[in-house]
Design a protein around this ligand. Structure first.
Ligand code: APR
Length: 249
């Protein structure tokens, strides 16, 4: 077995509490493109990023929704399956390790794989809420009309009718569970970062933050190099599912 695989297994075996941070590279081997690799969602058309911003939604909600649905259609259909990487993380829990998965992904694949402590830093594609009355709606309702509106009837018997806001964290929106992520780092003996370019704040600050925590070992599994590779005890530039299949023999 390659040296990096041996080192990886040793670090995993000696860890009891593992904080995992994942990005879109976790799901490319499930058939979902990432954002910044060749063929990535932003790489293909950078203007898409501008449309997926809080500012764009607030100014052009009617234009936002068709673009959002087109961009994230695949993640909404839920027809994608977890890959060996997702399943490996769920299996670590079955081995008795305490594993908290903080994901930037909105594809729901960690939960589908069986991970029991999953925190969606960039929100959820499954729901959307009325910006005025807060009524929340599920995916079926959201997909009914091109532009989903609140159908709650007010005391005067009139429909609210406001255009819903997705529960996905848009650019310019606040990331969720970040305080829980930092608390988890303090209580963990291993940080495992998988499939993220670490381009987006505040996730990009995690390796620096982790670097200052005594006794916290850090592993990065990412196909491409990142500017933070030097902060990790072990860096594996491999496809995560492929690598996991190899170490599982
Ligand atoms: N195995 C390991 N790493 C992979 C794999 C794979 N099979 N496929 C791709 N990668 C790596 C790429 O090399 C890349 O560095 O995953 C990384 C994905 O980076 P991005 O496309 O930037 O995705 P991510 O880091 O999740 O983006 C963060 O930015 O645009 C926002 O909200 C969006 O959640 C997203 C956030």
């Amino acid at each position: 077995m390659r040296r990096e695989a041996e080192t990886f297994l040793k670090l995993i075996e000696s860890a009891r509490r593992i904080t995992v941070l994942t990005g879109a590279g976790m799901s490319t081997e499930s058939g979902i493109p990432d954002f910044r690799s060749a063929g990535g969602i932003w790489t293909e058309d950078m203007s898409r990023m501008e449309a997926m911003s809080l500012d764009y939604y607030e100014r052009y909600p009617k234009l936002f929704w068709p673009k959002f649905k087109e961009l994230f259609q695949m993640k909404m259909t839920g027809s994608y399956q977890p890959n060996a990487g997702h399943l490996y993380l769920a299996d670590l829990e079955r081995q008795g390790k305490e594993v908290k998965v903080f994901t930037q992904n909105i594809d729901g694949l960690h939960v589908k794989a069986g991970s029991r402590h999953v925190y969606e830093l960039h929100g959820s594609i499954q729901t959307a809420a009325c910006p005025k009355c807060g009524t929340r709606y599920g995916l079926e309702y959201i997909l009914q009309d091109e532009v989903p509106r609140c159908s709650r009837v007010n005391e005067k018997g009139r429909e609210c009718g406001l255009i819903l806001k997705t529960d996905v964290v848009l650019f310019g929106d606040a990331v969720q569970h970040f305080d829980t992520l930092f608390a988890s780092l303090d209580q963990s003996d291993l940080l495992l970062v998988i499939g993220t370019s670490l381009e987006v704040a505040p996730v990009r600050f995690v390796p620096e933050e982790a670097h200052g925590i005594p006794g916290l070992k850090k592993i990065m599994i990412n196909l491409d190099e990142t500017d933070d590779d030097y902060l990790f005890d072990l860096v594996i530039h491999r496809k995560v599912a492929e690598f996991v299949k190899e170490i599982n023999g």
